[in-house]
Design a protein around this ligand. Structure first.
Ligand code: CA
Length: 296
């Protein structure tokens, strides 16, 4: 029986760079799908090219949205994208606003990632270091696609260079010129609530010493990586989740931008290891209720 608090339209969860649906038994949206389904929502975790441009990923997403609309008989979907998944969802909504009720950016680099800028400066694509990094990413991507058990579909194309360009501040600025829907007019501000009939939302976290590096995150390698990556930030030094800056994440209605969550905690990675007092799953459950109340 559908829950009276469930969103009207299916939720489609879109992963970030090097994203997946499930590696062997291990899900990307750890504990999140189950919690949303217990709340009565219809939820799909989709896969798009783990390493490619937001435009290529966005076209793949549209193909999957079309299938979901046919399968469920729903008129629209709610897109929720983590990291590059947010840009992917924004592209899809810009192209087919008639298919999309809302776009929610979860730690999305909506104005680019300073980590990607750092890598571009220190590991340029035509240098030995750059080629090694690119080979490493391709290797990780290939290994992950071997372990993927949640996606059944055609082989997805890989373009490491396009993937990287889609995440730098310069690359995202170009993307934003073509697909500005929901972006704030001023740095640190909020964006339009609704554009072309699509509602826009965002939330994100920041590294908070004493909180995000404590609790169960003490044992979490991805939190250590985020602390290291955070050192590459200049403009938003001290105000980032390790991969995305606080203000860079803003899109549409900003639900919150300083939750004590690193870039992986925000989707309950790894294995639900998060810092002291953090509740990433609750943010998704509350958002499903928010979408329901907005009639979406
Ligand atoms: Ca963690």
């Amino acid at each position: 029986m559908p829950s009276p608090l469930a969103p009207r339209y299916p939720l489609v969860l879109v992963p970030g760079m090097l994203g997946f649906v499930r590696l062997l038994l291990y899900p990307y949206w750890y504990g999140i799908l189950g919690a949303l389904r217990r709340g009565g929502a219809t939820v799909f975790a989709v896969q798009v090219s783990p390493l490619n441009s937001s435009e290529v990923r966005g076209e793949q997403l549209l193909a999957q949205v079309e299938r979901i609309l046919q399968q469920t008989g729903a008129a629209k979907v709610n897109l929720i994208g983590h990291s590059q998944g947010a840009l992917t969802a924004r592209y899809a909504a810009a192209k087919r606003p008639d298919w999309v009720a809302s776009v929610t950016s979860v730690a999305g680099p909506n104005h680019g990632s300073e980590l990607a800028d750092y890598l571009q400066r220190h590991y340029p694509a035509d240098s030995v270091k750059g080629r090694l990094l690119s080979a490493l990413l391709r290797g990780i991507g290939a290994l992950m696609s071997l372990l993927e058990t949640g996606y059944r579909g055609p082989k997805l194309p890989v373009d490491v260079h396009a993937s990287h360009q889609s995440l730098t501040c310069e690359g995202v600025a170009l993307f934003n010129r073509q697909y500005p829907q929901g972006l704030p007019d001023t740095w640190g501000g909020q964006g339009a609530e609704e554009v072309n009939g699509v509602r826009y939302y965002s939330w994100s976290g920041t590294l908070q010493p004493g909180k995000t590096d404590r609790g169960r995150n003490l044992f979490d390698g991805t939190n250590r990586s985020c602390r290291l990556f955070a050192k590459t930030f200049v403009r938003e030094a001290g105000h980032c989740d390790g991969m995305v800056g606080r203000y860079s994440s803003h899109l549409g209605t900003v639900i919150g931008d300083d939750y004590p969550l690193d870039h992986f905690d925000i989707v309950n990675q790894s294995l639900g290891l998060v810092g002291k007092g953090a509740e990433p799953i609750r943010l998704f459950v509350e958002h499903a209720q928010r979408l329901h109340l907005a009639g979406l």
